[in-house]
Design a protein. Structure first.
Length: 484
């Protein structure tokens, strides 16, 4: 048996590809937040244990895991914090399940992650939506407290409100005000702060929802901090929440064999922040400031700076999210994303119709920021003027327009489902989700009516090369509809 064949059979093709990629010069402007840095983590096989003596049990933590979660609680100033090793998704499913009863009404921001919609279906909940404002630069903005007030007036028996703040693009809503409104109507406020695990760890960034009177806050530690993919945290931030119900639901949605490698990763991340967090965040803030200054004179591309949000009256923004808008350049987000990847070996987090998103963390290097800045300056010099920003707004308005709800998400699954051509689906009731991934915000959900406008925007998405998901037909020619 040759060495090459032996290695392939032993390690597998995926391992070999990952290992080969790790040896290249591609720079990660994407999650996870450890940025593939060498943090001297030992051989993972040596510490891949189960619940043996001396290592506690996550589902009944009494010793080392209890102490570790107490340190996490102290770091975020919560009432109680829990390790999540099934990502933020299990935290969202657990929180919604703990604070509702099947069939109850809830209010959700339309730009919530798909896991929120999965909870709606799982628990048979009835939904009232609040829609984010659309910003001229072509991104979805914050949820206005006035919208929340109006939603509770229309749905006074709503049990809770679920929001995403910050958004994938870094827009922060006024959580303190929204939580106050929810509590006035006797409801809970859950904040999916998956992209804001670094909040409150530095004054350079906004305050965490944990300190803004939310009841439950969920963090994806791996998104913006040096922690392994799939690691997250759930924080109870209010005395109104029964921790026993949260723990019961976590026992359902978390693996009964939680990974000690992932838990050790969280513990190590917390330890790093305790010891060196102040210094790391100060260096990080300086690098971000320097990057934004380097990009101030771009003529055709535009890196959105904090001052750009002032006219939109956005409460706060996450400056760690670098949004590069194609603006009036003759290039769209997909094309810019591909150019940065192919020519400059810079892997971005995501691309949308008219912008590209780079995710950064305390682990990003000055060299990495310089590579991105120099690439953008060079690309900008070679571009001319062509497209108007109004195209971006128009696309967003069509893609995330309000859809007519014919039935609840959970009810749609009770009916027989037909698969029909998109062109023949107009006027029918959708039985599938359709979203661009990332960020995973649905353009339509089961139970809503399909209109011609949606078909047109899907065709536009395909022409641009955007990643459409949710439909059973991977060619995106057919769609599932409710057979009535």
């Amino acid at each position: 048996m040759g060495l090459q064949k032996f290695q392939y059979e032993t390690y597998g093709e995926l391992y070999e590809r990952l290992d080969a990629y790790a040896r290249t010069d591609y720079y990660p402007f994407h999650m996870p937040g450890h940025k593939r840095a060498d943090l001297n983590f030992c051989n993972p096989y040596k510490i891949d244990l189960t619940e043996i003596e001396g290592f506690d049990n996550l589902h009944h933590a009494e010793e080392i895991l209890l102490k570790s979660q107490e340190r996490l609680k102290k770091l975020y100033h919560s009432l109680k914090s829990y390790y999540l090793i099934n990502g933020s998704t299990c935290g969202i499913l657990s929180a919604i399940g703990a604070l509702t009863k099947p069939g109850e009404h809830i209010i959700i921001a339309r730009n919530c992650h798909k896991s929120v919609y999965h909870a709606v279906k799982l628990y048979g909940l009835q939904t009232e939506y609040v829609y984010p404002k659309l910003l001229e630069c072509g991104i979805q903005g914050m949820i206005d407290p006035e919208q929340v007030e109006h939603a509770f007036q229309n749905c006074r028996n709503a049990r809770l409100i679920v929001l995403t703040s910050p958004t994938y693009d870094g827009i922060v809503s006024d959580i303190a005000k929204i939580a106050e409104i929810a509590h006035k109507y006797g409801a809970y406020c859950i904040v999916d702060e998956a992209h804001g695990a670094h909040f409150s760890l530095s004054s350079f960034f906004p305050e965490s929802a944990v300190r803004q009177h939310a009841d439950v806050v969920i963090h994806s530690l791996h998104k913006t901090l040096p922690s392994f993919t799939q690691t997250a945290a759930l924080h109870i931030a209010s005395e109104r929440v029964d921790s026993r119900k949260i723990e019961e639901m976590l026992g359902i949605f978390q693996s009964s064999s939680p990974s000690y490698i992932l838990m050790a990763g969280i513990d190590r991340c917390v330890g790093m922040l305790e010891r060196s967090g102040k210094q790391l965040f100060e260096q990080y803030a300086d690098r971000l400031d320097s990057f934004y200054k380097m990009c101030e004179n771009l003529k055709h591309l535009h890196v959105i700076a904090e001052k750009d949000y002032e006219k939109y009256k956005v409460p706060a923004v996450d400056r760690s999210k670098i949004l590069i808008v194609t603006g009036d350049a003759p290039i769209n987000g997909v094309q810019l994303h591909q150019l940065l990847l192919d020519k400059y070996h810079l892997q971005m987090e995501m691309c949308a119709a008219y912008y590209v998103l780079a995710m950064t963390s305390i682990m990003d290097t000055q060299k990495g920021f310089d590579r991105l800045a120099h690439a953008l300056l060079e690309i900008d010099q070679e571009l001319g003027q062509s497209v108007s920003e109004s195209c971006a707004v128009g696309f967003l308005e069509k893609a995330y327009a309000k859809r007519e709800k014919v039935m609840e998400i959970s009810k749609a699954s009770y009916y027989n489902i037909d698969e029909t051509l998109l062109s023949d689906s107009i006027g029918k009731v959708c039985a599938e989700y359709i979203y661009l991934y990332p960020p995973g915000i649905p353009m339509i959900v089961p139970g809503e009516k399909i209109l011609k406008e949606l078909i047109e925007v899907l065709e536009q998405c395909q022409q641009m090369g955007l990643h459409i998901q949710g439909m059973n037909d991977k060619q995106h020619q057919k769609i599932g509809v409710v057979k009535q």
